[in-house]
Design a protein around this ligand. Sequence first.
Ligand code: SF4
Length: 322
Amino acid sequence: MHAVAEYEKVKNIIPPIEWPVFAPLIERINTLKAEKNAVILGHNYMTPEIFHCVADITGDSLALARSAARTTADVIVMAGVHFMAETAKLLNPSKTVLIPDTGAGCTLAESITAADVRALKARYPGVPVVTYVNTSAEVKAESDICCTSGNAAEIVESLRVPRVIMVPDEYLALNTARRVRTEIIPWRGRCVVHERFTAEDVRALRATTPGLTVLAHPECSPDVIAESDYAGSTAGMSEFVARERPPKVVLLTECSMSDNVAAEYPDLEFVRPCNLCPFMKKIELSNILAALEHGCHEVVIDPAIAARARVSVERMLAGWRP
Ligand code: SF4
């Protein structure tokens, strides 16, 4: 598709003066994708020129994992962070999976190691480990089943056990515990973006913008969730906006999410208290193009670890019960 047509999708959010910087990169990327039978998976936190103009499949971690499991492309470029690329590789061991910047990490993924999970299992024998997808393949390999912020409560309840260990996001674990009857043993990981929102922030936003609808990601603290009108994954927030059309809305999550949703709803007022994810922002059009041109950086996982980690991801996708 010609870059002029692409601009139609983002004209509400990208000023015309900025477009000449993006247009040639977008054209080159979209041409190379076709030549190499490549697909770009774009997380909701990508900037609008990536999300709307070069990503073939967009969504939250769960949607990207499902799409990765179905793709017929030879090459998958992950416009997201490293654990997402690893998840795509786990589900597509024979395909080439590329991450445009190896520094695209995640504070949650870095908060726990495989040894930490083994120690938890030793401390709580027989208690299943539910692991947020925001983790390394090594941690997934030690886990019983994965979850995302969109399905955490359903996954916990599906296990039909009195207690689970949920790692690594403490806030997701505490927020999930409020929705289920299962006892949840949390870990102490935090997301650098969502932990910064406070309940006081929400009250101040409501005071300055009467009639504001507040949507919050479950990686925010339980205090923030209690002050919000809705809590859900990035996909859940998008669906809420599409369904309810709140005239004034704030999304308590990463900045680009608001930009991407706002591009589709120019009639709604988006209040934007901006918290950027420094890891997501490492992915740019220039390094996506370099990934396609040079095949960098290929995600490689030790086959023995991958085999065990794959089980926990596939159980999530299949609705497994112990
Ligand atoms: S927004 Fe938070 S959870 Fe998502 S990649 Fe960034 S640090 Fe990790």
